[in-house]
Design a protein around this ligand. Structure first.
Ligand code: ZN
Length: 418
């Protein structure tokens, strides 16, 4: 029989309610429960909690948490070529597991139950996702200029065999960027994604240098490049989208593609600011991601959500992007792209959620719980996190936390010495 949980007296939609979770789904959310619903259920006292959808991080590089603070205060290309890529080349598969554990610990503590990951040694990250009980879209990452033909072929086989896909782990075709994967190989990956029914995710229009080089090499913008190759559709999402032209926005919206914005990383690397207000006017689908912890420098989706809301208002008007729409960008918009019926507290949706402590000073007073959550709170207000109907953090406790931190410190000390 499915495990049943009742969240008793939880604040949702303006009232205290009892919410029934059966197996991995919300079964009764708005309808009053009947005596039979409580039978055999774990009853969780939520009388000082509000329920919120959990976060879905649309773009990150989880294991890069090991390189948090390793190199700061410089622009993207210098940061990548002189510091990040040479150090990443030294990471062992075990280092990736250690870094992924650190990242997922931080994600759970800040309310994230899903991440789309672009990195190397993906098997390690997949294993850790399974262990720690959350979800992920794991990128099979392609970068012509950074990998051997054999490694490329192994990636293609990995995808053709649908290796390691599970209930909580999906694979995604991830060409790194236009400047690391050429036209012919990009076309090959589009064909592979279409034939094997995979989503595509890539870095796109992140910097003015990328856009200028694309214009020199291909005589078009990065968005036009993807359109020309037939890769732009509702199965395509791109991180950053910082330097879209008006025409790019129109093309992207018409294709039904999803822009995953990473404003904190963009500002820190001085890459630019995505034209959020214009994107909203043009009807783009928009989700959020943190990017890696070495350019953010954390994986906190609440911060990203607040930042995008503030930037949208700065670029548009005070009415642009109200709190609940910013919340959608960090939750259901990302889940929708990755084909998950999740990111809302609603019947038949996946039972992923946060219990928010209404006794935390940042939640008092509480005229509007969504306003508090987007504009006032930080992750300290999250008491518990549920993924797929199971608690992955309860009372801010996560099993194995001390060991995860100890291993990450030891690994970072080794990297610094190399
Ligand atoms: Zn990235």
């Amino acid at each position: 029989m499915n495990k049943k949980t009742v969240l008793k007296n939880v604040f949702f939609d303006g009232a205290k309610r009892d919410i029934l979770i059966a197996g991995n789904l919300f079964e009764k959310v708005r309808t009053p429960l009947e005596p039979v619903d409580y039978e055999g259920a774990e009853i969780v006292d939520c009388s000082h909690f509000a329920i919120m959808p959990a976060f879905y991080n649309g773009h990150t590089h989880a294991a890069m948490s090991l390189l948090r603070g390793f190199a700061d205060d410089m622009e993207l290309y210098k940061w990548l070529s002189e510091y990040i890529w040479p150090t990443e080349a030294k990471l062992t598969p075990e280092d990736i597991a250690v870094g992924s554990r650190l990242a997922i610990l931080e994600m759970i503590k800040s309310g994230t139950v899903f991440f789309a990951d672009m990195y190397w040694h993906r098997e390690q990250t997949m294993r850790v996702v399974e262990e720690m009980g959350i979800r992920a879209a794991i990128g099979v990452t392609f970068a012509e200029s950074l990998m051997s033909p054999e490694a490329w072929a192994a990636n293609v086989d990995f995808l053709k065999n649908h290796t390691g896909e599970t209930e909580r782990v999906q694979l995604v075709v991830m060409p790194h960027a236009i400047y690391t994967v050429g036209e012919e190989k990009t076309a090959e990956l589009i064909e592979l994604a279409h034939s094997e029914n995979y989503k595509i995710h890539t870095h796109l229009s992140e910097t003015t240098v990328e856009v200028k080089n694309c214009e020199v090499q291909y005589k078009c913008t990065p968005v036009e490049f993807w359109k020309r190759l037939g890769g732009l559709n509702s199965n395509f999402s791109a991180a950053h989208c910082t330097h879209f032209t008006a025409s790019d926005r129109k093309i992207f919206a018409e294709a039904g593609a999803t822009a995953i914005l990473n404003p904190c990383s963009n500002m820190k690397l001085n890459s630019g600011i995505p034209q959020i207000a214009e994107m909203l006017k043009d009807g783009l689908k928009i989700g959020l991601g943190t990017d890696g912890a070495s350019s953010n420098n954390n994986l906190d989706m609440q911060e990203e959500m607040k930042t995008v809301a503030l930037l949208a208002k700065y670029l548009g008007t005070a009415e642009t992007l109200p709190a609940h729409e910013a919340l959608d960008m960090a939750t259901c918009n990302v889940a929708n792209f990755f084909g998950l019926k999740a990111g809302r507290i609603a019947e038949c949706y996946l039972a992923d959620c946060l219990l928010i402590d209404l006794n935390n000073e940042r939640m008092v007073p509480c005229y509007n719980v969504y306003s508090n959550w987007v504009y006032s709170a930080n992750s300290s207000v999250i008491d518990s996190v549920m993924c797929n109907g199971k608690f992955v953090m309860r009372g801010r406790h996560i099993d194995g936390e001390e060991e995860i931190l100890r291993n990450a410190r030891e690994c970072a000390a080794r990297l610094a010495l190399k």
